[in-house]
Design a protein around this ligand. Structure first.
Ligand code: GAL
Length: 467
């Protein structure tokens, strides 16, 4: 955790440069392949042959030396590399991934890690890019997917990933991965991914100085939360609850629904035992509508880090966000209890609304062995203890080294072990992609028209169609 301070998220400009460099690297690679191909076919002073899948070719280069290259399936770039796809490009997330890449590079110095991260919180952009690649039968070797319905109801349902039971057996992972998680990444006895972490979604982040100055304690119930937000507004803080772009609104929605309905009713939404058109949902939506009145008007233009920054700056008092927000806070040099503080979202204490990032093995992965090497690191103790303290999550493995984790993450480890665990909607646990996307559409409309009854009817119709 302590190593995180030196990093900060890329600015838009830096992001552009980063993407441009990536594109240039890709062009460079293509150019190199073209040059090799040209050399193979036209040079008169070499001994090259046309490269066919799995064949070894001999090339006499200008210096007179002969090189030998084994080509896996006809492409020069099919050699030792692994393409890993995620949305971790900034705000503690890229730094976390980098820390795990260091472990990978040390364990597999001959395999090039090709980092195909696409910017955009919660994978909003990345998942669209991934979907079109999968559609085009051009999968990355391994990609980030959430444990739960996102994995099972989307990638497994579409037969896009391979079971990994052999790796679990080989690495003894069933001994160290939590029982809660295995069913969420399994279907018909097959285990489909390697979880790298556990994140908590129901966290209220706050600026302690703002609260102290206003004489406000951290709220523990929704009513206390409303009282605190009213007091802050009365004192001139226009938008005491910072929010960002639309997926962060869904994130707010899931935590306020949990607070309002309780965990039994929330869980029941996903197994059919709670009626979407019933009174508990109506109450939850009324609470959500009220909470939105305390948020910033420019939310749609802000990333989750921007919303977090409003809290650090004291422009807002609160933000509800998953605990990757702490990775960002630490990355920009803020300190727990002075720069920021936290509690469970009011009304959800004792409940841990969770999600888990995991990595999969593509069916027909272009670099299958290398992908397995990557997954081996992703599931290893060393990999997880390098990644999570920086990322702002706790290890999926139960044997993480507590001495590496900061104050917040230690509290999350304790809560994960003792709280009632329930799933996140926004981050893939409870609903598959198509259901989630219908809910997202309903939220989008509600943000425009504010019609609670229409919103509830749309949610009920979504459950009917996809649930
Ligand atoms: C979640 C993901 C987290 C973090 C967050 C913000 O979906 O599980 O690891 O990346 O999005 O981007």
């Amino acid at each position: 955790m302590e190593g995180a301070g030196a990093h900060r998220p890329r600015t838009t400009e830096e992001e552009r440069t980063f993407m441009m460099r990536k594109t240039l690297r890709l062009f460079g690679l293509m150019l190199a392949i073209a040059l090799v191909a040209a050399a193979c076919s036209s040079s008169s002073d070499d001994t090259s042959t046309t490269v066919a899948s799995g064949e070894t070719t001999e090339t006499t280069v200008a210096s007179g030396e002969t090189t030998e290259t084994t080509v896996a399936s006809g492409d020069a770039d099919m050699a030792s590399q692994v393409e890993v796809f995620s949305w971790w490009t900034g705000g503690g997330e890229a730094a976390g991934l980098d820390a795990m890449i260091v472990v990978f590079d040390a364990a597999y110095p001959d395999i090039e890690f090709v980092n195909q991260a696409v910017a955009g919180g919660a994978g909003t952009n990345a998942r669209a890019v991934l979907a079109s690649r999968l559609q085009a039968n051009d999968p990355p070797d391994s990609w980030q997917g959430h444990a739960g319905q996102e994995l099972i109801g989307t990638y497994v349902a579409a037969d896009q990933i391979e079971p990994l039971n052999f790796l679990y057996e080989q690495e003894g992972w069933l001994e160290v991965m939590p029982d809660t998680l295995i069913p969420l990444i399994s279907k018909d006895g097959n285990i489909y991914s390697v979880p790298v972490n556990i994140h908590r979604s129901n966290v209220l982040w706050a600026n302690p100085t703002v609260l102290t100055d206003a004489g406000i304690e951290m709220p523990t119930t929704l009513d206390e939360f409303y009282t605190a937000l009213d007091a802050l507004q009365a004192a001139g803080m226009e938008a005491p609850l910072a929010m960002g772009e639309q997926w962060t609104t869904m994130h707010l929605f899931e935590t306020i629904m949990l607070a309002s309905m309780g965990t039994d009713a929330w869980d029941g939404l996903w197994d059919g035992s709670t009626a979407w058109d019933g009174p508990e949902v109506t109450q939850g939506l009324d609470d959500f509508a009220k909470i939105l009145t305390y948020t910033n008007a420019d939310a749609a233009a802000l990333a989750w880090q921007d919303a977090g920054q409003l809290v650090l700056d004291g422009t807002a008092a609160f933000n509800i966000m998953g605990d990757w927000q702490e990775g960002f806070f630490r990355e920009v040099g803020s300190e727990p209890q002075t720069g920021y503080t936290w509690a469970a979202v009011p009304g959800t204490d004792g409940n841990f609304q969770f999600l888990s990032d995991s990595f999969v093995l593509a069916k027909s992965a272009p670099h299958r062995d290398e992908a397995i090497a990557w997954l081996t690191v992703a599931g290893s103790l060393e990999g997880q203890d390098a990644f999570n303290p920086v990322k702002g999550s706790i290890p999926a493995r139960s044997d993480g080294d507590r001495s590496l984790y900061g104050e917040y993450l230690l509290s999350a480890m304790d809560d994960w072990a003792s709280d009632r665990v329930t799933g996140s909607l926004t981050h893939g646990v409870v609903a598959n992609d198509s259901w989630k996307s219908e809910i997202d559409t309903a939220i989008g409309l509600f943000l425009i028209d504010g019609d609670v009854a229409g919103f509830q009817a749309a949610l009920a119709a979504a459950a009917e169609a996809s649930g």
